[in-house]
Design a protein around this ligand. Sequence first.
Ligand SMILES: C[S@@+](CC[C@H](N)C(=O)[O-])C[C@H]1O[C@@H](n2cnc3c(N)ncnc32)[C@H](O)[C@@H]1O
Length: 206
Amino acid sequence: MASNYDNSASFYDALSRLTFGKTLIRSQVYLLPFIPEKAKVLIVGGGTGWILEEIAKVHPTGLDITYVEISAKMAALSQKRNAGNNSVSFVNNPIEEVALSTDYDVIFTPFLFDNFTDETLPGVFYHIHRSLKSQGLWLCADFQITGKLWQKALLKSMYFFFKLLCGIDTTTLPDIEAQFTKHNYKKKSAKTFFADFIISTQHQKS
Ligand SMILES: C[S@@+](CC[C@H](N)C(=O)[O-])C[C@H]1O[C@@H](n2cnc3c(N)ncnc32)[C@H](O)[C@@H]1O
């Protein structure tokens, strides 16, 4: 995909704190206790990598993490993070082009799918889905529209900003939950944040 977060890497975290306070962090940290000990974890779109430090607080050791990030600048910032004694392999490529093994225990996609559309999401979802073991867990945090006008307005302005800055072409949110349903996942838990604008889910593969 042509879009790239390089242009926002240096201030992405500050901007997200300005808009959402600590909610984006809380929505992802909520998911971390679901990661089992010694799990093999695939993280896609981890941004500047702060999530690695949060993971280390919950799981200081024993995880085998593959960290895939399309933006070279985001990936470089991530590599400076303290991931505790967990092992992290960094891959600076679009996830669609990464040959993945098929034995991950956990997939983590934090605010990745809002970069895709209803046309492009099924392909990337299926690609990631194939890498997860049977009974494996998929932890996902992203935006959702529950009918409130302000949500639509805020989402629109975010897309406008990232189109100008990073060439992100997306203008509407894809239906993420429909992909989990299509691939027979069981929803194990869900929690909403920021007056329902953000949803964090834990799904189990059949
Ligand atoms: C909205 S940002 C979220 C960053 C981080 N998860 C956070 O919450 O701070 C989306 C991230 O996904 C990355 N990304 C977008 N498309 C990707 C792709 N096809 N493959 C891998 N990473 C991708 C972007 O570079 C960016 O860092």
